[in-house]
Ligand binder design. Sequence first.
Ligand code: GDP
Ligand code: K
Ligand code: MG
Length: 282
Amino acid sequence: PKTIHVALVGNPNAGKTSIFNLASGSHEHVGNYGGVTVDLKEGTLKHKGYTFRLIDLPGTYSLSAYSPEELYVRKYIFEEKPDVIINVVSASAVERNLYLTTELIELETPMVVALNMFDELEKSGRKFDYKKLSAMLNVPMIPTVGTKGVGIPQLLEAVIDLHQSEKNVPRESVKVPYGRVLEKSIGVMERELQEVDLEQLHMPKRYTCVKLLEGDKDVEQAIADLPKYAGIVSRRDKERSYIEKLLKEDPESAFTNARYGFIAGALKETLGARIHFSLTTT
Ligand code: GDP
Ligand code: K
Ligand code: MG
């Protein structure tokens, strides 16, 4: 049976549930993370001979370890291993929404972006060369209007195409560039983790190094049983002080700012300015 397991991930109010609701026979259930319940929906949909098993994950602004929703999304992706992530992005608030996208890229799960609220973007009159952005990030991007079903067949077809091509040639994810200082520390941590079997922990290496350097307690906990744990943590602590000394900001902010810088650069080349209408009475 040709089933594709797809997780919908995105900021609150990006339109995940609207896209999800196009799936028939959906049923709601509740997920649990560390005793905290999170909103979760699951449903199936058939398209072009494929059965899509769709999961509507809770809305999140980032993949840090601050909220049960964020932790749940991470855990779901690593443990349930969806074949493809649909990252639902609000095209009318793309600057803010793409922050999560830069984090999702590091999970190394095949991903398609639904540029939802595309009607709102068109109404605003801003020009958006999303095809160029899609090429820059090496992530397929499909304009959608979740409330009207516009772009949904194209979105599902992009998922099928990606799923097919991933089986043949897994794509190399784009690396979010963090700048010289942070990249040096990531390199040090990657060497530190060289012989560690992260496959077993379901965590990609670069993601693990970035999160450790950010001071992520959940990822630190996930590697706590490794024989090399103490050495890894002490090396991590050294790298964190090195970052702080050179960049004069705490490592977590340094990573956050680098992500926003990367997005700003990519959008500068692809997204036109907001148009301000001024009504003048003379
Ligand atoms: P979620 O929080 O990501 O699940 O977002 P929802 O699906 O609940 O959508 C949030 C709000 O945006 C709702 O009022 C939807 O009706 C509306 N909405 C969803 N998709 C679109 C779209 O493409 N265009 C417009 N204009 N509104 C949308
Ligand atoms: K909502
Ligand atoms: Mg929702």
